[in-house]
Design a protein around this ligand. Structure first.
Ligand code: OGA
Ligand code: MN
Length: 297
């Protein structure tokens, strides 16, 4: 097995590995080291089924079911522990483009880091393509460590030691879904993360942003939102982005602590069957959740 870089900053293709077989602890460690370095691993043309994807995922930590807490998938089409990113109903037919589920999935078109709205947040996500549309539907990844390295000093100074509040409903309200009082009561409280986090496996700093971040603590709301936007525009410049064009059978694993991602436009009348598994980041529980000036906010 070896890793072939796909981009000057990050992302690599895994060559010579068959995900159908169980892996030992040493191999899992080898993957973790590769993920620490590349943040995105592409496993091309794997022939795995749902159970094999779940078994592979279990090597890397406790499962996270992310959006399922907020949005139910079409019941029974895929296992409970998987997150359904598809535009399909429970019988495998394309759902009407105006259906709530399809509109809800549009949140994944915004740059984000999975489950940043919860504590613990997500560590690795693994997305597998079962069927893909003729055009579009790629997934883009932005390298938030390289983006930090290249950030102009004044922006670094503004971001350092700041905390952002992430809320599950913020990304949704960006697209026009205003939560009802009842939805707010029934959902997770906002959580706080540093804007700049040290990535444990590499010791590198990474911007931690995305569509769920709704304000910067200790800053006026508009000033904080503009800071978030400026940092995000910086981090998602083409130089820091790898775009994965899917083939059926591909599985892509990414480290949510080091990259943001988003889905790309496709023809919603065509089948896009994508299935995700995710593991939590228990170490994120030990992170500070606000600084001195945040407390005053
Ligand atoms: C995800 C996600 C984007 C896509 O699986 O977490 O954001 O391209 N997917 O489907
Ligand atoms: Mn996602």
């Amino acid at each position: 097995m070896h890793f072939e870089p796909l981009h000057p900053h990050f992302a690599a293709r895994v060559v010579g590995f068959d995900m159908r077989q169980a892996i030992d602890a040493a191999t899992a460690r080898e993957f973790e080291q590769a993920i620490d370095r590349f943040a995105v691993l592409v496993f091309p043309a794997q022939q795995v089924d749902d159970a094999q994807q779940l078994a592979f995922t279990a090597n890397f930590g406790p499962p996270d079911v992310g959006r399922k807490k907020a949005v139910k998938s079409a019941d029974g089409r895929i296992p409970e522990q998987m997150i359904d990113l598809s535009n399909l109903d429970e019988n495998g037919y394309v759902i009407d483009a105006n259906h709530r589920r399809v509109l809800s999935l549009m949140g994944t078109r915004l740059w984000h880091s999975d489950s940043s709205y919860q504590r613990p947040a997500a560590k690795y996500s693994m997305l597998r393509a079962v069927r893909v549309p003729d055009w579009g539907g790629e997934t883009e990844f932005a390298d938030c460590r390289a983006a930090w390295d290249a950030l102009p000093a004044p922006l670094r100074a503004e971001a350092e030691d700041r905390f952002a509040e992430h809320w599950v409903h913020h990304s949704r309200s960006t697209l026009g879904w205003e939560p009802t009082e009842e939805e707010i009561r029934g959902s997770m409280a906002p959580v706080r993360w540093p804007l700049v986090r040290v990535h444990p496996g590499s010791g590198r700093r990474a911007l931690y942003l995305g569509a769920h971040a709704r304000r910067v603590l200790g800053m006026a709301l508009p000033a904080g939102r503009i800071l978030l936007r400026d940092l995000q525009e910086h981090a998602t410049q083409p130089a820091f982005v790898y775009r994965h064009a899917w083939q059926p059978g591909d599985l892509v694993l990414w480290d949510n602590r080091a990259v943001m991602h988003r889905g790309c436009r496709y023809d919603l009348a065509q089948i896009r069957d994508m299935r995700r598994t995710t593991v939590l980041d228990p170490a994120s529980l030990d992170e500070r959740d606000c600084g001195p000036d945040a407390e005053a906010a």
